[in-house]
Design a protein around this ligand. Structure first.
Ligand SMILES: NC(=O)c1ccc[n+]([C@@H]2O[C@H](COP(=O)([O-])OP(=O)(O)OC[C@H]3O[C@@H](n4cnc5c(N)ncnc54)[C@H](OP(=O)(O)O)[C@@H]3O)[C@@H](O)[C@H]2O)c1
Length: 349
């Protein structure tokens, strides 16, 4: 099939660079435009962008000119890696002009008619796109992926919720620096330190999973009735968000049963065939001291969610640790998988 034309909005930032990397030689998508702010427009990407990833900048991107972030690009899908305040005005303009916007920004995640997607968790929620187009009169659409801290534990919650029911979750995050973009947190603040506050993060982590794990009715999602309490912390790790989770189920469940549910789960068949889908959605580690960000974040090319330390919880029922690569599964890789799902479902042609 002919490749589908795509663009990256905010291509020079931390998430934009991941898109540029993950779209290199993509079997379904061809990058036709990279956009930036006034700071970089008109420059070639190789000069405009301070490349911060370990592998070299892909050749295709190096000589592309950074173009303004305006609708009308030759792209059926635009991947948005824009700051949320900019996304608020820019993303609807693209959707109105007929582009399918796959967004990382938080601006529209919780709108009733906007799907908040993890393909393995709620592939059916893409049906909201039709509702959105009718309601807003758009020929394009906005589909979003969640906040990078919610991503890993929401994937782990899907099998547990389906099998046992979840009442309460207490989650404590240890979040990587790349989650704050580039240059992100000043080094003098974070070296030899833990910062126990990330602006706006806890409300997102307490609400987004309930929408994703909720049930779709005709026009909106009925949130899953899980009470989540979150503490979010910034730590001096480059990539990979670790989350310590304690869960209360609808019935008393032990760690063995929880591990088995994670291992046995039949993930939606449509997702398994997508080019960016990992071989294993979840990997369960049995060692006492895993997962660790440096050692485990690249599991499944950064798309696998790694769970470990499943044990009894004296307050609730079971506790465990989840690790997810924040700029891959939690951002660009997750958004790319959403776009692949939309193609597989025939929503983008
Ligand atoms: N980092 C993560 O792990 C992560 C995970 C999930 C979601 N997100 C979300 O993804 C988005 C991007 O995050 P990031 O960490 O990549 O941020 P970032 O490193 O600060 O990059 C921001 C990008 O947006 C562009 N930009 C800024 N203002 C603009 C404007 N007025 N018009 C057009 N482009 C503009 C910048 O272009 P110039 O360089 O040209 O100024 C840059 O390419 C945010 O909404 C963030 O919340 C991030």
């Amino acid at each position: 099939m002919a490749k589908i034309k795509v663009a990256v909005l905010g291509a020079t930032g931390a998430v934009g660079q991941r898109f540029v990397q993950l779209l290199d030689n993509h079997p379904w998508f061809e990058v036709t435009a990279l956009t930036g702010s006034d700071r970089t427009v008109g420059q070639v990407y190789g000069e405009a962008c301070r490349w911060v990833l370990d592998k070299p900048m892909p050749d295709y991107a190096r000589s592309m000119k950074v173009v303004p972030t305006e609708p009308g690009l030759a792209a059926a899908i635009v991947f948005s890696a824009l700051p949320s305040d900019q996304a608020k005005a820019i993303e609807p303009a693209f959707a109105q002009a007929g582009h399918g916007v796959c967004s990382n920004a938080s601006a529209y995640r919780m709108d009733d008619d906007v799907p908040l997607l993890i393909p393995e968790v709620n592939p059916d929620h893409t049906a909201l796109i039709k509702v959105q187009q009718q309601k807003r009169g758009w020929s394009g659409f906005i589909a979003t992926n969640p906040n990078c801290t919610s991503t890993g534990f929401t994937i782990a919650f899907r099998p547990l919720l389906d099998r046992f029911g979840i009442k309460k979750a207490f989650v404590v995050s240890l979040q990587a620096l790349s989650g704050a973009g580039y240059p992100g947190v000043p080094s003098v603040d974070v070296v030899d330190n833990v910062i126990p506050y990330i602006g706006g993060e806890e409300p997102k982590v307490e609400t987004e999973p309930c929408k994703m794990l909720g049930k779709l009715n005709a026009t909106h999602v009925i949130d899953a009735p899980i009470t989540i309490s979150a503490h979010t912390n910034r730590v001096a790790v480059i990539d990979g968000h670790t989350v310590c989770v304690s869960l209360e189920f609808d019935q008393p469940i032990g760690p063995q049963a929880a591990a088995q549910a994670l291992l046995d789960y039949e993930w939606a068949a449509i997702v398994r065939s997508l080019p960016s889908a990992p071989e294993h959605v979840i990997e369960v580690r049995s060692e006492a001291d895993r997962p660790q960000p440096r050692r485990d974040r690249d599991t499944g090319h950064g798309m696998t969610t790694v769970v470990g330390r499943l044990r009894e919880d004296p307050l609730f029922h079971v506790k465990f640790v989840v690790l997810s690569h924040n700029t891959i599964r939690g951002a660009a890789g997750g958004s790319l998988l959403n776009a692949e799902l939309l193609v597989a479902q025939g929503i983008v042609k």
